[in-house]
Design a protein around this ligand. Sequence first.
Ligand code: IVH
Length: 674
Amino acid sequence: MEARARIDALREELHAHNHRYYVLAEPAISDREFDALLEELSALEAAHPEWDDPTSPTRRVGGDLTDKFEKVAHQSPMLSLSNSYNAEEVAQWAERVKAGLPDEEVEFVIELKYDGVAISLWYAQGALVKALTRGDGTTGEDVRANVATIKTLPLRLASGAPDPLEIRGEIFFPWPGFEALNEKRKEAGEPEFANPRNTAAGTLKLQDSSVVATRPLDCMIYNVDADTMTALGVTSHSEAVQRAAEWGFKTPQGRALEVVQTVDEIMASVAHWEKARHDLDFAIDGLVVKVNRYSQQKRLGMTAKSPRWALAYKFETERVSTTLQGVKYQVGRTGAVTPVADLLPVQLGGTTVKNASLHNADQIAKLGLREGDTVFVEKGGEIIPKIVGVDGASASAGDLFSQAIEFPNACPECDTPLVRKEGEAQHYCPNTATCPAQVRGRINHFISRKAMNVDGLGKETVAQLVEAGLIRDVADLYRLTAEDLLPLERMAQKSVDNLLAGLEASKQVPFERVLFGLGIRHVGETVAKHLARALVHVEAFKTTSVEELMALEEIGPIVADSVATHFQDPAFLEVLDRLKAVGLQMEVVVEEPLGNALEGEVVVVSGVFDTMSRDEAKAAVTNHGGRLVGSISSKTTLVLAGDKMGPSKLQKAEKLGIPLMDEQTFLARIGVSE
Ligand code: IVH
């Protein structure tokens, strides 16, 4: 009876964790804890087949099916791997493998366990025709359009590749691209992504492939169908992976694909990668050990859930305990209030950790944090360490007088009561106009490198200026005088001169960067560029409707709505007017032509030139009033013909009677002579 109750409890708990992990992307426990529960359930179920349940969490490998993409059945189930965490578990697995292959030599191949999303790629006549997510293991979703944006995946295979071909691998988000994306989100006032794995998974499920294309995902191959390879005379996994490289796939190199014989060698590789993983530019969460020879894999076979011939070795997530000294509340430029744990400094993953992110009020309540608690801190796939639990045995746990951490009701900077929007986890300070934290945030964003890039002005000075009441918005910056600045602490004549010169120079910054600097929510650098080029003049922003904005290239409903709201806000428009009055760029400047010698000419540039590159030749045409076209037609009035102009172009020009002009004549015509 006891076992029955435990089975029910475990099934319920694991279903809930699966939902949190796959659907909400908000796991509450570590992979290792999850596996421990799953293993306990498997053992109990094996001992009590009478309580079998086809919907038990042990019967599936996780599910993430939505209704946005076409469902396609997998050619063979996409399985998961059984996990191990130490040498003993690896040795036990190797024993079982050897017992299944009596009197045979066994070769193992070790690969990295990429921390991303599994993908099954289908090629027909050499072309990528489908890319299926794992889904529920039996049926996946075809996300080909999104996968096709990945530069390291061949859309067409090199000759010699099998046809048809099904090949599997992992799609992941390398650190440099992930960090750049988060930097952009921060600049646009959007919440940052927690880790590359969930971001890769979310990105593959986006409806708009052009957004996917801006995110540099990567893909590494880890499995080629054994039957396909056997038919080609390939007998082992390591060889198959190398062949896949010949067809154009990105495959592991060097020690990332290592063939070994013994458990000791496997553990030596583990020791190597536990350190070397930090030098990789993508995240791995362990290694995968596979029996190398196909004939042996086949004889070992699989269980319902995973192949017997493969084993994942998971790295221990580094976890330390330390004291929670308190919680600070940071107010961003959009008013979002983020709690940050103040920790007794502790070493974790090679760095000293003093702070941990707490996300929002719910997280604090869920952890039941009290000041002085001993907390567990982990740095898993995340960059920022997080608090994963409280040590129940710590001193403050039973201490009735210790202070429970409560999310404040009012803004820590300006005391305005906080608000929480329906359905959102974040609290906001609604005092947009005068909350000093928001004022500072907006000004710091405005003067930042990618916006106005004001030399001689930094965050400390901004804080001083706001504190002294000298500036309340970005336009106030341009009213500052030497008399205002000199009395401030650490302000000598030279720094005052630099600051004022920096502000003066910023008046030449192009409109698109002014627009970005205004800090309109969801308007990052790229969106600002598109908007500026499309609407040209700031006045146009005031009269363009949400629908018209949405019709522009790259502009979706969220951006359109945010832009329209700002340009109807009297306070925002007032600042804009003052910025215009001091002489900031409020329209896109079209380069003045250097001359009009080619006015009215419709020009094709072809061949190579002695004194200029082809691009320079083209620039010269437009700079002198000519209009460039790509191919010769009856509308063309002139062909600027260099050496090696193609014969078909020559013929066409002749046929249509369009004059050819050589380089010297062209230079003379535009007034450039050597
Ligand atoms: S082999 C039939 N090799 O880990 C075995 N999987 O927990 C198929 N993974 O779904 C998997 N790196 O998404 C294999 N080198 C690797 C891997 C790898 C990451 C992922 C894969 C799989 C999951 C299993």
